[in-house]
Design a protein around this ligand. Sequence first.
Ligand code: ZN
Length: 411
Amino acid sequence: MLKKVILMVCDGLGDRPVKELGNLTPLEAAKTPNLDKLAAKAECGLMHTLGRGKTPGSDTAHLTIFGYPIDQCYSGRGPIEVAGLGLKLQGGDVALRGNFGTVGDNLIIKDRRAGRILEVEPLTRALDGMDVDGVKFIVKPGTAHRAGVIMRGKGLSGAIVDADPHVPDVPVRTVTATDDTPEAKRTADILNKFLLQAHEVLKKHPLNAEREKDGKLPANFLLVRGGGQYKELVHFKKKYDLTACCIAGGGLYKGVGAFLGMDIIDVPGATGLPDTDIEAKFKTVLQKLQEYDFVFVHVKAADSLSEDGNWEGKRDFIEKIDAAAALLTDLSAETLLVVTADHSTASEMKAHCADPVPIMFYGGGGESIRIDNVTAFNERACAAGGLGHIVGLDVMPQVQNLLGKLHLVGA
Ligand code: ZN
């Protein structure tokens, strides 16, 4: 009987045929004996994560795969990234992510990352807890020059533009509302006031005085972006009655896990980059499976490589995933392994696309699963699989079905 679940998401794994690879996709061109061995004992198919003809972002794709409809749960990148910094969101909070940057006269941006400052904790501490017109600002450091901001108070809205213009040598953007509700106007006004007050605090901060003395750029402005209002949601554990943890290198994916209430497991060497230690991640997956019912593991770099147009690098990275996947070919009989991607990324376009991704459901014991005739894990082979074409929101119901956790519909 299947009891435990590993969900492996290889970011941007799907692709289109590439002429230079003999009209194969990078996944088809890669030698993947371990993934193929798993596919031969799995039920396979193709997944249109957000539905046919929709190009998924990584954040919306992941929420959907976990069974959270984005029209109800998604309100931008801010809340997800802020959750990933370990901040607990409350319904109605507006969350933003941001950079500490350097501005000069008239708030003209000199550097969006303040000379890539490495430590911003003393600066966030100086801003954390500020109150503007009854709205409390919670400010916490992210990695390097990054930070997360929560606006907490009544009558707020996420319908605001970024203060960060995303380019240097122009002034900081005044935040405005993107709809005509009084809540959006109020949120924009209060945020503008906060950013100017924060600028005054940062200008005088001893850390910046020290930086300027050393000839470094002061981190004197918080360039915020990605604002979104958090809508309260039922955490993964409660929704599915499964204890869950998240193993990921990239901040966004840790954020998705934290956003859904999963425990975040840090693995040394998991960088979210092509040099990431996939074996260390998979070893941690097997360890954590003793402790948790559901282990989500994310592998990032196939996506980044295709966004660089590097199909050969993507093919080689897929071979690296496959080599590490040898660790997953001897799972216990009670373990269900689901392998898929969040979306396809077309290397020739250097962009996400709406082409469906391969997915397989593999049961460690070879029981419970309707093993089909697919013997390779790739886009075209999986098209012939028993699952046919599914959408992202089908994944968790199928997991629950295989675990015997679905309720009877009707009598
Ligand atoms: Zn992605």
